[in-house]
Design a protein. Sequence first.
Length: 479
Amino acid sequence: MKVLKRFTIALIAICAVYTCKNTTSNKAELKETEPTITSKKPNIIFLLADDMGYGELGSYGQEILKTPFLDELASKGMRFTDFYAGTAVCSPSRAVLMTGLHTGHVSIRGNKGEYENRYDRVPLRKTEIIIPEVLKKAGYQTAMIGKWHLGLPQDQSTWAKGRGFDYAVQEQWGKDIKGNEIDERIHWVNNNQDSILYEYNKYKCLDEFRTNFALEFLEKKDNDKPFFLYMSYRTPHANEYNVRKNDLYKDYGFPEYDREYASRVTMLDEQIKRLLDTLEKRGELDNTLVVFSSDNGPWTGSHRYKKHLKHSHEFFKSSAGLKGYKRDLYEGGIREPMIVYWKGKVKPGQVSHHISGFQDVMPTFAEVAGVKAPDNIDGISFLPTILGKNTQKEHKHMYWEIQEGKSIKAFKQAARKGKWKAVRIGDSYKTELYNLEEDVYETKDISEQHPDIVKEMNSILKTESVVIEHYPYSGGIFK
């Protein structure tokens, strides 16, 4: 990239040594053109927002934040109403997405886990097969850009490049092997092939910077092979270092940090438009399946580096009235928007109430690519739903868990079976029960009225959580 400044820092050498030792405003528009007849397998793009709530898109009821392109995409594709993230926080949710295993089975259950002498990040196990590894068997080129959050900063074999992506550009943070803090503004290209600093004054936002890498990938890829692109954006996550000044929403009277939040959501929409417009100009959009979602519910609290800056998920009604937010297993923490666009395959203007989640993405993409998904995953392909076929298999139930901290209170479980939703917070030793058909906002715990249903849901909570290292409360907490 012409405008990018390259840096070489000590982490490159440190990571290389460690790895050797550990090899284990914007008008929405999608032009209508005749579909191109092609025998090549479809390209696949997964667009992932970071901490976006169920109600932050216009197509999901948002009235203030402007997302014209994504709303147009929804009108020309399918919008899911009952789609769920892997869980309510970044790392384990993304682990579910990549592996097809729910959080009772996958190896990552929280952003950090417990070690003998520290509380630290946990990487995916090498035995857990992930999406790019599956799609490469079908002849796909694979690329990942943005936030990975499934590896260790000291071990490049756990980075995206080491897990099956041909081209990977990712941020990194935390401490290196010497205990030095890593500057997360630096983006690492194919591990230590290059390191490029994000200089915020040169870009509208971090997601513009990242989209540049995506466009570079499209230019350099093999046009005779299908591709899988995983775009992992930063918006609207709180901790973007700085954002270049802009005039978006300046006349709305918002507090500055809330105005900046709104501007970033709209700029994300612009960058997604920019990416798909480029695909259309290249003549590749017609043969591309595009899926958009987010990793968990909206955040509330202070900026990590600027504690005086605070934002509430209630300011823009980011959860659309659903109970909870990031780190909660109520609907507001895990129910997410999902938009699917595939010209000529997905009929425009469709709304699906199919109950599905992140674990279903891998088997769906595998079926699209014509390759077998791994055995014993929890996901079920939703390809029949998006193609309008009546052969869709349903989940018997959905399951989530999360452990965010060392205390019992930090361990939470939830399950959904049809209209019934159970939530259990570790230190309460009690299972709450909600009827989502009558009470989607989870305002009334009806567990005392339905002891038989509670018993059934408790059986799910007990059996779906497999005990695993680093998470001492895995398996559930029942007296």
